[in-house]
Design a protein around this ligand. Structure first.
Ligand SMILES: CC(C)(COP(=O)(O)OP(=O)(O)OC[C@H]1O[C@@H](n2cnc3c(N)ncnc32)[C@H](O)[C@@H]1OP(=O)(O)O)[C@@H](O)C(=O)NCCC(=O)NCCS
Length: 439
């Protein structure tokens, strides 16, 4: 019996999430967001998503800010803060508002994480939230003649204390507040707390929620940004001081060993789940500058391509291609360039009439195998095919059948190939035919 499309979609999505569930269990994620997130609609949904992460055995540390809440309290008292370099100058009045805002937010977040009514996303959750004096702070002090008073920076993070709470299965909630050994309270930026907590815990992921995602020249959000690109962006005037602050904290966290930093658009419903559990994601991942680069091939890559594929043609793994053919078809190729050496390649040959494309000439240099390069080349070709509205890929292989199966391809009959391709099929080579539907 065929189930309705909605059910099929659900089943397919749930299955797709399985590798992520395996990969994330026992990992440490720092989820850091500004106070705006708690002040606007959709916050309950966001907290439900955190509950789901906790249920998957992810060690969860939640860091939050409270700028709008502090402003609202000051406004109610007809007071205003002064800011310098994008940072609040926390005077004695503002410090009272800071303490109140942090207290109220803590209670609100704890209340949301304590829900557990039957038939709600939180049923059976029984989450314990641990909060406390995990952050030691120091005053910013006087900069360029401006005394920042009770505005501080992180001096030390009690990573052992946090880890103990995580071991016990608690969600750890850390506000934008730190304490000094003299017993003073300091107002910190959530970005500073998030960066230092993620570094101290050697977090596997740091998720930072922002108003806008890093974008390309046309304003399109970027799925990935390298550290070098992020540095360049942080120097641009069109970013707000907060956005620059977020970028710089993220860059320092990455440089200090946090494995992955993601920027997530704070207003998009379910963005946390989409970013973490789908391949394409919806946010921007910050990556270290890679010495190797996956990019479309250029005509001057032909020499490097030939050096890579000739031995594989000789042993029968790949079909022979002449230099002239390679030059003519260079536009179909993607390559992995490792410091100027071509160490991987793959080609996509579209059959637009049949909404299909051949994924071909996949090769990775022996010294670079088993490091996911083959998979990355496939992904790049899949993205290209999707942008051409292609519905399925097919591939012919003599030696790598199991690799294709592990990448979601299924064996199929020669008759399933586009007619033009069938006519060219080389019976002597007797390749196996595989196909893979695209999303
Ligand atoms: C097939 C090939 C491109 C894979 O490249 P890769 O970068 O090593 O692939 P990935 O890192 O994405 O995948 C590695 C996994 O695939 C497996 N794998 C690699 N080649 C395989 C093959 N020929 N058959 C079955 N499994 C294979 C590895 O054992 C590894 O498995 P693991 O993750 O369980 O350890 C590479 O082995 C190659 O260049 N082979 C020769 C050329 C060829 O046969 N191309 C296909 C022609 S269409």
């Amino acid at each position: 019996m065929k189930s309705p499309p909605q059910t099929q979609q659900f089943v397919q999505w749930f299955r797709q999430a399985a590798p992520y569930v395996h990969a994330f269990g026992g990992r440490t994620f720092v989820i850091a967001f500004p106070g705006e997130m708690a002040a606007e609609g959709g916050f309950a949904g966001f907290v439900h998503d955190m509950n789901l992460l906790a249920a998957l055995d992810i060690r969860l540390v939640v860091v939050h800010g409270a700028r709008p809440q502090i402003d609202a309290e000051l406004k109610a008292k007809r007071l205003r803060s002064r800011f310098a370099k994008g940072v609040r100058i926390t005077d004695a009045n503002a410090l009272v508002a800071v303490k109140h805002a942090a207290g109220v937010l803590r209670v609100e977040i704890e209340a949301l994480l304590s829900q557990g009514l039957p038939n709600s996303p939180m049923a059976g959750a029984e989450i314990r939230v641990a909060s406390g004096n995990f952050i030691t702070a120091q005053p910013i002090g006087v900069v360029d003649g401006i005394d920042f008073q009770f505005s501080g920076t992180v001096r030390k993070v009690d990573a052992v204390g946090i880890a103990r709470r995580l071991e016990a299965g608690d969600v750890v909630l850390i506000p934008h507040i730190g304490y000094s050994p003299t017993g003073e309270v300091f107002n910190l930026s959530w970005e500073d707390v998030a960066e230092n907590v993620a570094i101290a815990l050697k977090a596997d992921k740091l998720l930072m929620y922002t108003d806008r995602l890093p974008a390309d020249g046309k304003g399109e959000p970027l799925a990935e940004i390298t550290a070098r690109e992020a540095e360049a962006l942080a120097k641009k005037a069109r970013l707000t001081p907060t956005e620059k602050h977020v970028l710089r904290s993220a860059l320092r966290a990455l440089a200090a060993g946090v494995k992955r930093v993601h920027f997530v658009a704070r207003k998009a419903d379910g963005a946390t789940l989409l970013e973490l559990f789908t391949h394409a994601g919806v946010g921007t991942m910050l990556t270290a500058d890679a010495v190797e680069q996956l990019r479309p091939a250029r005509i001057d890559d032909v020499g490097g391509l030939l050096a890579l594929i000739r031995p594989l043609e000789a042993d029968g793994s790949l079909v022979k291609r002449s230099r002239e053919r390679l030059e003519a078809e260079i536009g179909n190729f993607h390559v992995i360039d490792h410091d100027g050496v071509i160490v991987g390649c793959a080609a996509l040959y579209p059959f637009p009439g049949e909404r299909s494309a051949e994924f071909a000439c996949l090769a990775v240099a022996p010294a670079y195998r088993d490091a996911g390069y083959g998979e990355r080349l496939l992904r790049a070709c899949e993205e290209q095919a999707l942008s051409m509205r292609i519905k399925r890929l097919f591939a012919l292989t003599t030696r790598a059948a199991h690799w294709f199966v592990s990448q979601g391809f299924v064996p199929t009959d020669i008759k399933a190939l586009p007619a033009q391709k069938q006519a060219l099929y080389n019976w002597k080579r007797n390749s196996k035919v595989f196909t893979k539907p695209l999303r």
